[in-house]
Design a protein around this ligand. Sequence first.
Ligand SMILES: Nc1nc2c(ncn2[C@@H]2O[C@H](COP(=O)(O)OP(=O)(O)OP(=O)(O)O)[C@@H](O)[C@H]2O)c(=O)[nH]1
Ligand SMILES: [Mg+2]
Length: 420
Amino acid sequence: MNDLNTENTDRIEKYILVAVATGDEEAAWDSLDELSELLDTAGGISVMQVVQNLAHPDKSTYIGKGKAEEIRESLEIHEADGIICDDELTASQMRNLSELTGAKVIDRTTLILDIFAAHARTREGKLQVEIAQQKYRYARLRGMGEALSRLGAGIGTRGPGETKLETDRRVIQKRIKLLSDDIEVMKRARDTARKKRSANAVPTAAIVGYTNAGKSTLLNRITGADVLSEDKLFATLDPTTRAALLPDGQQVLFTDTVGFINKLPHNLVDAFRSTLEEARYADIIVHVIDASDPQAEMHRRVVYDTLIDLGITDKPVIAVWNKADLVEEGALFRDFGANASVKISAKTGEGLDEFYEALSKILRETRVSIDTVIPYKDTAVVAEIRKAGQLISEEYEEDGIHVKAYVPRALAAKRGLTDK
Ligand SMILES: Nc1nc2c(ncn2[C@@H]2O[C@H](COP(=O)(O)OP(=O)(O)OP(=O)(O)O)[C@@H](O)[C@H]2O)c(=O)[nH]1
Ligand SMILES: [Mg+2]
């Protein structure tokens, strides 16, 4: 079992959550709320939350020394296991803070990696998470000193499948090399699979969005897939691709992708790059936003920024404002950066017609209309058109099949289809 839900652990770990606010204090509290949800997903609970206003995080201790002393007392009062900081810490910040508080210190990155480790299901997903964890550890082990032994077991020390993470730098280095080689092999297999799909020329749509926005629920709703969807952050990490038929007869492949989050660890973005390539090669980006979340606007921005980081900037985007059943009727949602905005509920099915319409319209714009005669020896091409495009009419004439259709530009180019 690698499910880290509370029923599988002996004891629920308790933590004090700590953030430094360098400007907007409210944003820091909101971010701590999210950190607390992350902790809940990892099977622990938050017993206290602290925000300190500073011009910038302390270089050697993250929060100020006085604040650290106060937290040391609070840890005793709450009988807490340790503290979790809302930013990525350096090895010396971890060591010093751990000395000052006498407790286990982990950071937001470690917590996110921990959840990814518990939720990765496929072999590729597990490798991707482990490499991100090992790289994170490798960069810190030397400077952590006592802080390392204070980590003990539990949250922050678990690899995929609850393997315990290594503490020897040389062993880690070897492991990173091994994992990188394995990932490279899988990347090649994934590339081949994708090439095969694009040779079919069936248009693809990548479903992206902030974690818990409803991406998997939408995929399940439109394709009848059976992907796990639950009210947890990062419920699904492994991409699933399924076909669906739009009301206009057009076939589309939809891929569910890993969710994004504010301050997503860089090692993870790197490790998941090959998985996220699914979005890079998609014809359309379906951006799912939880419209009922007060932080929806921040989430929308984080997703755009992450897409830019990944070099995905030139695709048509549909902004899908989801969970419409939870927002006031008549509330307006717009995304001026997107080609279309629709309001839906993946749960009730409300608004899906508008979604399909927006999708069809964008797809039509990426296609060309043809009016041509295809010789009888090439009837396979007609089958291809039926599959990848939209066949409007076919008539059997003397020298071939007279076809009127919309086809993807790529297919038209490959088969030399033009108006004749
Ligand atoms: N009320 C309501 N709940 C929804 C809707 N869509 C999704 N949900 C719920 O939101 C939660 C998250 O949905 P998921 O589909 O797992 O979200 P996700 O974007 O795949 O999340 P991760 O895989 O964790 O990144 C689940 O509890 C869903 O039941 C909706 O339209 N309305
Ligand atoms: Mg999901």
